[in-house]
Design a protein around this ligand. Structure first.
Ligand code: NAD
Length: 484
């Protein structure tokens, strides 16, 4: 097991079976300042091998641990997160930039609170044996068995919550785990692993932190000792993971990028709906897989809704997430800031009308003014690509069938939404969207008991509820003949 990572500038590592030693480290940047605030060990492939070997060695013990005991331990992990909530929130804010509270309560409080809620909800799930035949001839049972070692590779946007989404169902089903957090945001996850390891038996949950050069991530995807990989990140990296995983036919859950469309019907009062629509596009600075990223608005209310959204964008408070007044923090990293600027420059060059924002904020840190762009349409990068930042393109439409066709004309299929006073009609339209989750008068709202996953190139597989838990298992059918 490779663990004991201290989220402070002083680094201490210990590798089971070896003496703690001074090892190479890398810096983690606080995006609100652009300055390093912590050092973590730069794990190597040999560390990954050791973590996988430790996880494999303990699988037989953990998978045989009585179900109720596994539930008890995982609830205890949830309680430990709860007891450490304030400290974890601060770590999440420092490494991601997201505010403690944030726009509409979407901040590190929600991230840690969500991590706690998902841990308890997942601990409560069960995997009952299904009996599909029981008569004079035979009894046929369907059992769910753990797979072995599950690898977890989360992204940087919701690092702790997504780590929980990967790790807890895997453990609940009886697997052991090796997690490699994003090099940009390993700190809160390392602290979670430390807390969990005060409760779980040794080597059940293992962590390897590594630099951004992707060698350890690639090695995980290809590792013959890992039976399943849960990956959340960009579609481009997801494709590489899938190729690398072919060697041992690793089971995969891929939660990938999204470019979610929202369609606003003409019966909507822009004044009444604007705040909610703005929130679901801009919370966490747009850096959420299932944020609303393309807004299609009917021509009769287009100008008014654009004006309302622009007003909200101008007035939202952007700043250091540690300030309790902040609504939106910085982008998480410099590359993302540069990408957002590039998309806005491109939109301008295609006659996009910038109604609010449109440029970085020139202070230390990776801040960008919340931006509303009108008069853009499909075929322009900010509409076609997943922007993953505080920029919302607003696209005018006149015919709902055409709007749905355009919403679906994208390789992503994570979420989508319809906004209307007529919820039944909106639900019928929402079901025509090609996406894993369709919302009416909402967007991006997830819950632990509702399945979540992407269609098309937004991913493979499902998380949450019994659907997500079952993805951490294989089926064994047991047929017992009653007559020879
Ligand atoms: P990313 O693909 O750059 O990185 C994701 C993770 O993969 C990181 O831990 C990274 O270190 C690791 N990695 C990089 N190269 C690798 C390789 N070759 N093999 C294995 N691992 C490798 O994504 P990101 O920039 O961290 O996250 C943003 C993306 O994640 C967005 O596209 C967003 O939509 C997506 N996302 C999706 C969901 C979902 O549930 N569908 C949730 C959150 C984020």
């Amino acid at each position: 097991m490779i663990t004991t990572l201290h989220p402070t500038p002083e680094v201490s590592t210990s590798v089971t079976g070896r003496k703690p030693s001074k090892r190479k480290t890398f810096s983690v940047i606080n995006p609100a300042t652009g300055q390093p605030f912590a050092e973590v060990p730069a794990g190597k492939i040999s560390d990954l091998d050791a973590a996988v070997a430790a996880a494999r060695a303990t699988f037989s013990v953990w998978s045989a641990t009585p179900d109720r005991e596994r539930q008890r331990l995982l609830h205890a992990v949830g309680d430990a997160l709860q007891s450490n909530m304030a400290a974890l929130m601060e770590l999440v804010t420092k490494e991601t930039g997201k505010p403690l509270k944030g726009l509409n309560g979407v901040g590190s409080g929600m991230e840690v609170g969500g991590a706690i809620a998902w841990t308890h909800a997942t601990a409560d799930l069960t995997l009952p044996i299904e009996i599909i035949q029981d008569n004079d001839e035979a009894r046929v049972e369907v059992h769910r068995k753990p797979l072995g070692v599950v690898g977890s590779i989360p992204p940087w946007n919701w690092p702790l919550m997504i780590a929980i989404w990967h790790v807890i169902p895997a453990l609940r089903a009886g697997n052991t785990v090796v997690i490699k957090p994003s090099s940009l945001t390993p700190i809160a996850t390392a602290r979670f692993v430390e807390l969990a390891n005060e409760i779980l038996p040794p080597n059940v949950l293992n962590i390897v932190t590594a630099t951004s050069d992707s060698r350890v991530g690639s090695a995980m995807a290809g590792h013959p000792g890992i039976d399943k990989l849960v990956f959340t990140g960009s579609t481009a990296t997801g494709k590489k993971v899938m190729q690398n995983a072919a060697g041992n036919l690793k089971r995969l859950t891929l939660e990938l990028g999204g470019n979610d469309a929202g369609i606003v019907l003409p019966d909507v009062d822009p004044k009444k709906f604007a705040r909610k629509i703005f929130g679901v596009g801009f919370h966490n600075n747009g850096q959420t897989c299932a944020c609303l990223k393309r807004l299609y608005v009917h021509e009769t209310i287009y100008e008014e809704l654009c004006a309302q959204l622009a007003e909200l964008a101008k007035n939202v408070i952007v700043g250091d997430g540690l300030d309790p007044e902040t609504d939106l923090g910085p982008l998480q990293n410099k590359a993302q800031l540069d990408y957002i600027e590039e998309l806005v420059v491109d939109a301008r060059s295609h006659h996009g009308r910038i109604l609010a924002g449109g440029h970085p904020i020139r202070v230390d840190g990776y801040f960008f003014k919340p931006t509303i762009i009108a008069d853009v349409t499909d075929g322009i990068r900010v509409v076609d690509e997943e922007q993953f930042g505080p920029v919302l393109p607003v696209i005018e439409y006149s015919d709902i069938d055409d709007a749905i066709r355009r919403a679906n004309a994208n390789s992503n299929g994570l979420g989508g939404s319809i906004w209307s006073n007529d919820t039944e009609k909106a639900a019928q339209l929402a079901m025509r969207l090609e996406c894993g989750t369709a919302w009416v008068n909402e967007h991006g709202a997830l819950q632990p008991n509702a399945p979540f996953g992407g269609v098309k190139q937004s991913g493979i597989g499902i998380e949450f509820g019994h659907w997500g838990l079952e993805e951490n298992t294989s089926i064994q059918t047991v047929k017992m003949m009653k007559r020879i």
